[in-house]
Design a protein around this ligand. Structure first.
Ligand code: GLY
Ligand code: MN
Ligand code: MN
Length: 465
C-alpha cells in the first residue's frame, strides 16, 4: 500500500466535496467459483482500495463527513481460520497502516448504521456491482436489491469521479509499472506468433508473465486471428500464415493499477503489402489522435481526429470516397471503426465504470452521441492534466456488418462496397496505448511497446520456438 498519509488525504478530500452525512464504502468479499470454499482470486473494490488501501476481504469503511472521523469495520480471524491461513494481523493493526484509528466488528456496523438512520443522517453509497455487496448494503439500509441503483448517491459518484480522474505521480508510476509488465507480455506474444502455434498457448504465456509479476491480468485476454470480433475471448485457433493476430491485454499492480494495451501482428513475422497499408492507417489514427490529446480538448474531438485519419486513409485505398469530414459527420467510417477511441484507465481497466460509465466519460457540457459508432465512445468530455486514458483506434472488416449496410445501401455515397468486398476476410487491426494528459500535451506511458511496422517485424524476427 501507499503511505498512510495518502489514504488520509484522499478521505479528507472526499469529505470536503460532500455535503453531510456518512459515506459507506464496502470492500469486496471473496467470491465463489464452483463451491463456497473455492474462490476466485480476491480483488478488492477499487473505491475501498483508493480510500482505505487494505487488500483484505470483508471490510467496510465509513467516512463521517460531519465529524472528521473514519472507521473500518471488520472481524478478526479466529484460531480455526488461522490453522488454514497462517497468522493474520488484527483489524486494528491494519487500520493504523491506512491512517484509521477507529475499528469495530461487522456486528457493530449494523448498530452504527441504525443509529445514523434514526438520527436521519444521509448515508451515501456508490452503485454496487456484486450481489454480495448489494445484499449487504440492502440489509444495512433496508432497501430492495432490485431498486438499489435508485438510491446510490449522485454527490458521492461525482466526488469520487472528480478525485480518481486526476492521477497523482504515485499512481502514474503504478500504471507505468503495469505497462512495463505489458511490454514483456506483448513482446513475448509477438515472438510466438508463427504459423502452427495455438492461440491459447500465447494467451497462457502472456497470463503467466502477468502472474509472475504478482497479479493476474486486468481483464480476460483478447487474442485472436479473428480481430474483427472486437472482444474475442475464444482462443482455439491455430495460427495461419497470411492472417493478422490481435492481442489486447493488460495486467494490474499489487495496488490495483492497470494497463490496457493492444497490438496487431502479422502471423509469420512479415506484413504483406495489403496488411501494411491498413496497419499504417490505424497507426496514423493512433499517432494523430495522441498528438491532439491535451488539456482543454474534448476527447470526442480526438476520436474524430482518429475517425478522419481512418476515412482519409481508406479513401486513398479506394474503400471510401467523397468528402472525408462529411463522411465522418455522417458516420460512414463506423463500418470500419465501430467503437470509441478510448476510456479512462486507472484502478479499473475501464476506470470507475462501476459508478456508471456516463458519469465518468460525460458531464453537463457533453452527452454521448446517438450515432452508431460514436455512441460507443466511453470518454467524450474535456481533458484535464492528470487524466490517464487509452487511445485505441482500429479498422475491422466485419462481414455481417458489411452485408447489412450493403443491402441497405447505407452511406453508399461514401463507401465503395465492391472494393470493400475484396477485404471481407481481412480480419481486424487495433492499436492501443495508455496515455497521460500532461500540462503541455500528453505522454505515452511505460516502456515503448513495438508499434511501427519495422519495430514489430524486428521484434518478431527474434522468434520463440
Ligand atoms: N480491453 C478492452 C478495451 O480495450 O477496452
Ligand atoms: Mn484493451
Ligand atoms: Mn481499452
Amino acid at each position: 500500500m501507499f503511505n498512510h498519509q495518502v489514504y488520509t488525504e484522499r478521505r479528507n478530500a472526499l469529505r470536503k466535496l460532500m455535503p453531510s452525512g456518512l459515506i459507506l464504502l464496502p470492500g469486496n468479499s471473496e467470491s465463489s467459483y464452483n463451491y463456497p470454499a473455492n474462490t476466485y482470486t480476491f480483488r478488492q473494490d477499487s473505491n475501498f482500495s483508493y480510500f482505505f488501501g487494505l487488500e483484505n476481504p470483508d471490510f467496510v469503511g465509513i467516512i463521517d463527513v460531519d465529524n472528521d472521523i473514519d472507521y473500518i469495520f471488520g472481524n478478526d480471524f479466529e484460531i480455526d481460520d488461522i490453522i488454514w491461513m497462517g497468522p493474520q494481523p488484527k483489524v486494528v493493526d491494519l487500520a493504523v497502516q491506512v491512517g484509521v484509528k477507529n475499528t469495530a466488528s461487522l456486528n457493530e456496523l449494523s448498530v452504527f448504521i441504525n443509529n445514523a438512520i434514526q438520527k436521519r443522517r444521509p448515508i451515501h453509497f456508490a452503485p454496487t456491482y456484486r450481489v454480495e455487496t448489494t445484499l449487504q448494503v440492502c440489509g444495512l439500509l433496508g432497501l430492495k436489491p432490485l431498486r438499489i441503483r435508485d438510491h446510490a448517491s449522485m454527490p458521492l459518484i461525482e466526488a469520487i469521479v472528480k478525485l480518481r480522474s486526476i492521477k497523482a505521480e504515485i499512481e502514474i508510476a503504478e500504471i507505468e509499472k503495469a505497462v512495463d509488465t505489458a511490454w514483456e507480455m506483448f513482446t513475448t506474444g509477438m515472438r510466438m506468433a508463427y504459423p502452427g502455434r495455438r492461440e491459447q498457448e500465447i494467451v497462457g504465456k502472456m497470463e503467466g508473465i502477468s502472474i509472475a509479476h504478482g497479479r493476474p491480468v486486468s481483464f480476460p485476454i483478447i487474442l485472436s486471428m479473428n480481430g474483427q470480433i472486437l472482444h474475442n475471448h475464444h482462443h482455439e485457433g491455430i495460427l495461419e500464415q497470411g492472417r493478422m493476430m490481435v492481442m489486447d491485454a493488460g495486467t494490474e499492480t499489487a495496488l490495483n493499477y492497470a494497463s490496457d494495451i493492444t497490438r496487431t501482428v502479422p502471423v509469420g513475422g512479415k506484413f504483406s503489402q495489403r496488411q501494411r497499408e491498413i496497419y499504417e492507417i490505424v497507426l496514423n489514427a493512433n499517432l494523430n489522435s495522441i498528438a491532439a490529446t491535451k488539456p482543454g480538448t474534448l476527447y470526442r474531438d480526438c476520436h474524430f481526429v482518429a475517425a478522419e485519419t481512418i476515412a482519409s486513409g481508406l479513401k486513398d485505398l479506394g474503400l471510401m470516397k467523397g468528402n472525408v469530414k462529411e463522411a465522418v459527420a455522417a458516420g460512414a467510417h463506423a463500418l470500419f471503426f465501430p467503437h470509441g477511441l478510448g476510456h479512462m484507465l486507472g484502478m479499473d481497466v475501464h476506470d470507475m465504470e462501476g459508478l456508471g460509465q456516463i458519469n465518468v466519460g460525460y458531464d453537463s457540457e457533453i452527452q454521448p452521441s446517438k450515432q452508431f459508432g460514436t455512441a460507443y465512445l466511453r470518454l467524450g468530455r474535456r481533458l484535464q492534466t492528470g487524466f490517464v486514458l487509452t487511445n485505441e483506434p482500429g479498422i475491422y472488416f466485419i462481414p455481417e456488418l458489411i452485408d447489412m449496410w450493403k443491402a441497405e445501401k447505407k452511406h453508399h455515397e461514401f463507401l465503395d462496397y465492391e472494393k470493400i468486398e475484396g477485404y471481407r476476410n481481412f480480419g481486424g487491426i487495433r492499436i492501443e496505448d495508455d496515455i497521460l494528459v500532461t500540462a503541455d500535451g500528453q505522454r505515452v506511458l511505460g516502456k515503448p511497446i513495438p508499434k511501427t511496422v519495422a519495430e514489430v517485424e524486428a521484434t518478431m524476427a527474434d522468434k520463440i520456438m
